[in-house]
Every structure is written in structure tokens, then in C-alpha cells.
Design a protein around this ligand. Sequence first.
Ligand code: ADP
Ligand code: ZN
Ligand code: ZN
Length: 742
Amino acid sequence: MFADIIVDITHEKLDRVFCYRIPEQLEGQMKVGTEVVVPFGRGNKETRGYVTGLSEKTDYELSRVKDIIRIADESLAIESRLVALAAWMHDYYGGTMIQALKTVLPIKRKEQPREKRRVRLLLGEEEGKRQLDVYLHKNQKARARLLAALLHQPEQEYDLVTKKLNITLTVIRALEEQGILALESEREFRNPVRRRTGKRQEVQYTEEQRNVIETFWGDYKAGIRRTYLLYGVTGSGKTEVYMEMIHRVLQEGRQAIVLIPEIALTYQTVMRFYGRFGDRVSILNSRLSQGERYDQMERVKAGEVDVMIGPRSALFTPFANLGLIVIDEEHEPTYKSEQVPRYHARETAIKRAEMEGASVMLGSATPSLESFYRCRNKAYTLLELKNRTKSLELPEVYTIDMREELKAGNRSILSDRLKEMTAARLGRGEQTMLFLNRRGYAGFISCRACGYVVKCPHCDVSLSSHRGGRLVCHYCGHEEPSASACPSCGSTFIGGFRAGTQQIEDIVQKAFPQARVLRMDMDTTREKDGHEKILESFADGEADILIGTQMIVKGHDFPNVTLVGILAADMSLYSNDYRAGERTFQLLTQAAGRAGRGSGGGEVVIQTYSPDHYSIRMAAEQNYEGFYEAEMDYRELMGYPPVEQLLAVLMTGQDEQLLEKAAGYLKEYVVRIDRNGRLQVIGPASPYVGKVNDVYRRVLYIKSEEYRLLTEAKNRLEQYIEINRGFQTMRIQFDFNPMNVF
Ligand code: ADP
Ligand code: ZN
Ligand code: ZN
């Protein structure tokens, strides 16, 4: 037997695994993740490593394969478990083992992390002044300048000193040698928490909250670990419930991970956790460098942290005694990685929890179809919070049919109703949010007179308009010419719907010249913390109207917002993606939930060309279960997830013809290995963006009722691709139940 071993994982670049022979006496004890000691390098130095794979044969020359020396003493190290998790991800999602390990393990890079250096005066004031006189006397101008500055302010940043005072490192070193100053370096933790002063809000749990907590706790104390879905509208007190559960788990000597989408990881949220758990809380975010991330993980391993909050990657925090993983806003598509391995944090969390004896708490006001479906199938346990804690009323929702507006002669993007209602807010000093729904926008074609949308006759998703006037389906490759008149009503008001936040700002400003308008989009949030700053200034009442894309539907509470206008509710509805209806419902429900968080009550205006579509109707009624039933009918009819499982084979390469041919071969191969006819192959199709930087793309979809059959197909395809040289010029990736259209 042979083992693939990854050596000294945390210090080296992770780029390959090494093959070792397993001595007979160790054979039974070897598992993926086992920590071992092996001879390594020229001097055969005893080095620690982890088993990442087992096999019965090796491609290496047998005389060159060394033996594993022994199993390391504390082989239950947390890394062992993370390596085992990586092995599962490798198998479940595809890609290489190295890619999986890199995702899961904290890696120390060879180069030092960026450090902030600081110059600090070591002398007292009197002594310092004496020394200054000496420098002045000797006409040592640079030294005098530096010392004078430090006497004024004893601690200064190295960068400032060198640049502003024009002082070289040589001068600083000279003073350091004289014992006058110290040059210090300090690890710069770019922690989002600047002021750690959160205070615990004392709350009396409502009866619903108590029930949820005790259900969880009853199971937990009885040693039962499950996956729960906490389904409760925004403001129903889910976060309070998570915190109480975490508190109890910590009392048992266990640790907790809280996943929150980065966009919702606001100062307010983080402060609540600090208020409750103090310095035992730590945060990860995408602004941390690899080195900083590594340092955080070291703190965790040293036992300095009990609660880790962060986006997707916080899932791999190396806690030794993990008790609970919370995934807030579990429906968010950002929980799916867009890099290989294309893992879903929800599934991976459930796997990790299973391996380590922890529970998983998913939470959402608009649960993903997958999770609600699994509750119906009893795979997850449903917990519910039906009421808002502060006895706030749900907002009043008005749906405006934009086809009627057009008939009445209003061609503007703002309906008359929305204009009137906004004007009323301005008069009363209340705030308005205008939400431009742009998510998943991919160039669909619709009629502004009757609302007709051009769809694929085979897949029931909308066709995308490609350059050159063709309409294309991304699932099956169906193509048709673009229409110049509506096939349904003959109107010529047919085309792509395009409007940006900038344009809307102009229109709004023109309609309300006195209004103070803020805009939040990719452009205005580019600077550091830009997103947070805009939300803060809006919360502080510095503007009357906030215009934005989906970024504005999360995070802060705005008690003074009494009107939310949703522009182009349809935009996400007809993206060329089978999840379009779900995304639309989620976005509209969340945007609507922003109105009336204060005592004033709230109103919501939904502008749409398809007021009868169930996603829009159910969002207006705030009826999740109604939406769920309708959407499940569609998924069942079309055989889309969660009813059936979908594997996308993504192919990229520079030679378009070769790519097309290769895609054809892969399709044939799948058909050939599918003896029992349990796989369905669709495509190859050319994606919306068929070519990027001269790299062409193709996608093949494989459907099956069983996920396992898809992983098997993936494994067979991986082997097939590896042994056929023809595929070497292209890149092929696998994406299970994809979140985005390739
Ligand atoms: P969610 O996470 O479901 O949006 P939160 O936990 O953030 O809900 O609760 C919404 C607001 O209600 C917060 O300001 C929170 O402090 C408050 N809150 C939660 N539970 C209670 C309670 N039992 N009594 C009073 N206020 C509560
Ligand atoms: Zn029409
Ligand atoms: Zn199609």
C-alpha cells in the first residue's frame, strides 16, 4: 500500500504531494488525514506530514519510494480532520487534492506579511533635549530633525518619518544603535473592528425564541446533532437566538463558527457579537492577507478565540472542539465558491459538523429551495420564528403594472404612484430607498407593452441576446434570430431592458431638485469601507433618497425609511438561470423588508411588467410558502435542482473548433458510460459571454436524480480527460448545482 503525503503543510508552498510506502505494521491504521513522520529531503530529515490519499499502486520507481517512519504522536490534531474534509471536498466537487487542501488549510507564505513599522523614542524629555543640542551643535541636521519630531510626538509611523521628514533608514539605524529610539514592527491586523466597545443588549426572549432555543438545546444535551433551518422574517430575533445557542455551546467548552455573507458583515452586526462574547470573538474577511489569515488561525489554535465570524472561508477555522456552525442568510449565492473546488459552504459545513460532532444552524427569512425541501423531507429540522420581536407591522405593498403606465403615456422609469409617494416623504422629512434590481442581468428581451419575454422552447429559461442579433439558450444551445416586433402583441417596444444606477440618479434628481440623493453601486463604493460609509451617512439622515443595487438590501436598520421603491422588479426574473424566480423572490422580499423598521410603518412599491408572475405576487404578499409551492412545481416539471441534480462541465480554451469537438467527445463519453440511462446530457452550449480575452467557453450539463451518479460521472470524466492528450490545451472544471450561469 502507498500513501500520498503532504509535508509540513503550514510552512511550505502547497504545490505537490509525495508518495510513500506504508509499512505492513501500519497498514490498518492509515486513513486520509492521519499525521505521520516521514524521511524528507536529501538528509532524510524526520518531517511531519499528512496522508491525503491511499492507493495500491504507484507510478513512481519502487526503489525511490521511501517508507513512512511512524504515525505522529498526537495524530488527532485539528489539521488531520481538515485534511480529511479536504479529501471529501476533492471527491464531492472535483479539482485536485492540492486545490482542496489550499482551500481548507491556513498556509504560511514564505515572504513576510506586510508589516507596519513604527519609530519610538526611548529617551525621556530632558535627556532627549540634551541629545538634540548635541546634534545641532555637530550640525547633524537629519538626526536633529528626527529627534525634534520624536520629542514632539514620541511614537511615529516609519513611513511618515521617512517620507515627510526625509530621513533615511541609515539615520534611523544610527539612532537605534545609540539607544535613542527603537524601530518596532507590529503585525497589522486589518480587523474590521476598530472600536471594540459593544455592550450586551439585555433581552427577554419571546416565547417563540425560547421554544427554538430549548428545542436545539434539548437535542444538544442529549448528544443529538442535527442540521436545523431557522426560518424567521427579518427582525424576528434570529441573531439573538444564535447568540444564546453559541453561549450555551461555549459553556460546554466547545467553539462556534458563524458564517455571514460579507456584505451583511457590518459594524453593527459584529458589535452585537462583541457585546455578548467580548474578545473571544474574532473576524475574518476578504481584506485580510494570507499572512494575517494565518496569524488569526494561530490565535485560534492557541485557544485565544472561541467564536469566529466571517464569510464562507471562516468555515475552515481550526477549532479543536467545534460545537456549532451557524450559517446566517443561508440562501445567499455567495456561499458557493466560484473557485475550484467549487464547494457550497452549507454542504461542507454539514460534512464538517458530522465529522466533528457539531450541530449546524441555518437561518433565513427566505430559505433556499434546497433547504426548505430538505426540511420537508425531514433531512433538516425546521424551526420557526413567525413574528417580529418589536411588534412591528409588515409593510404595505403596492404592485404597479408598468404596461399600464406605458398605455397612460408615462415612459419614465418612475411610475406616477412612486413619484407621488416619494414627494410625500420629502415633505415629511422621511427617507426613501430606491432599489434597482440588477442581479443576474443577462440581456433578456422583453416587450414593454405587454410584458412578453422570449424564452427557450426546451428549457423554459429566457433567451439571452448575443451580439449579432441572435438569441441563445445557455442550457441547451438553442438559437433563434432576434425579433423586431413582439411575437405576442406586435408592439415594437421590444428589446433589452437597460438602466443603470447613474441614470436613475439623474432622473430622480431631475424629478426632485431639492432632494439630497445618495447612490450606492460598484462605482461609489470602490474605496475602502465605501459601502459602510454610504450606509452610515444615510442612517445619519444625511440624504433623503438612497439609490442602489442589491447592496442596499442588507445590513443596517434605517428606522426613518418609510418607503422602498423597487425599480425593474423583472430584471432578475428573466435572467437566463433556473434560479431566477428564487433570486427575484428573495431580493424583493428583502428589499421590501427594509421599509418600516421604525415606529412609522412602511410602504413598498414594486414596479413590474409581469405582476402576475408568482415570484412577484408572492413577494408582494410576503408569502414564502406560497412561493415555495409554485417554484417547486416548476423545478419538478423541468427537472432542475433540488428535485434533480445538475453538473456543469465548464470548458475553456483558445481554439474554438477544438473546444467544440472536445465538448462533443465528452458528451459521447458520458452517454457511453451511462449504461442504465440514468444520466441526461444537455448541450454543449455556448455561454452568454462566449469569449473572454480570446478564450472561448463551452458548457455541458449533466442531470441525474442522484448526486452520487454525478460524482461518479465526474470521476470517470476526470480520468478520461487525463489520459487523452487532446484535452491538454483546454481547461475543464466541474460545477455541481451551479449558482451562476457560466
Ligand atoms: P433577525 O436576526 O431575525 O433579523 P435580530 O436578532 O437582529 O433579528 O432582532 C431584531 C431586533 O430585535 C434587534 O434589535 C434585537 O436586539 C431585537 N430583539 C431580538 N429579540 C428580542 C426580544 N426578545 N425582545 C426585544 N428585542 C429583541
Ligand atoms: Zn408585446
Ligand atoms: Zn434551452
